[in-house]
Design a protein around this ligand. Structure first.
Ligand code: GRF
Length: 193
């Protein structure tokens, strides 16, 4: 069984989807720990409600940087929790060497676009502003870039005429919640000897 650690900054609906897939048996895993850089993030409340251990990362007052020391502490916490795969779920800081080296090719991310198109924040707004005809969702392995790294799974979504960014984001999230657990299973199977 896979032992997951989840990092998120916001509402944690993807964490919830992963948990739901575990509950139904669709994903053979357990969530050992949930970590957030925001003490008030809903993702932590969701973890607490489900009796999942959680902790707040101390990013030393930095608004968007993920200092090396905080990454090293995060790696230690994940290791002590026995985590073998780390899932970023709406985590808004760039992961670099201290954490990447502790979990080589063992950190996944979900992003609401068909990468490499529209990396970075609010990808659904970027897609609408660019008048794109389609976008989608990508699950990928994390490297030191911004939403780069080997692709695991993508699903396309046609953008409707006059669709607002908010409406598009809602439809993208439905896809996210369905494909993240699938992508975790697919990736974990690919790692088996
Ligand atoms: C999702 O749209 C995800 O793709 C992006 O951030 C959002 C997080 O949502 N990286 P949630 O916290 O999982 O609800």
């Amino acid at each position: 069984m896979l032992t997951l650690g989840i990092l998120g900054s916001g509402s944690g609906s993807n964490m919830q989807a992963i948990l739901d897939a575990i509950t139904t048996g669709a994903l053979d895993a357990k969530i050992a720990i949930v970590l957030s850089d925001h003490p008030d993030a809903l993702i932590l409340k969701r973890a607490a409600n489900h009796g999942i251990p959680y902790a707040v990362m101390d990013c030393e007052g930095h608004k968007s940087k993920f200092p090396d020391s905080a990454q090293a502490r995060t790696a230690e916490i994940l290791k002590s929790a026995g985590v073998d795969l780390v899932c970023l779920a709406g985590f808004m800081r760039l992961v670099k060497a201290p954490l990447l080296d502790a979990f080589p090719l063992r950190i996944l991310n979900i992003h609401p676009s068909l990468l490499p198109a529209f990396p970075g924040v609010a990808a659904w707004e970027q897609a609408v502003a660019a008048k794109a005809k389609e976008t989608g969702v990508t699950v990928h392995v994390v490297d030191s870039g911004m939403d780069t790294g080997p692709l695991i799974l993508q699903e396309k979504l046609e953008i409707l005429p006059d669709e607002t960014a908010d409406a598009l984001h809602k439809r993208l999230q439905v896809i996210e919640h369905r494909i993240y657990p699938m992508a975790i299973t697919r990736y974990a199977n690919s790692l088996k000897p």
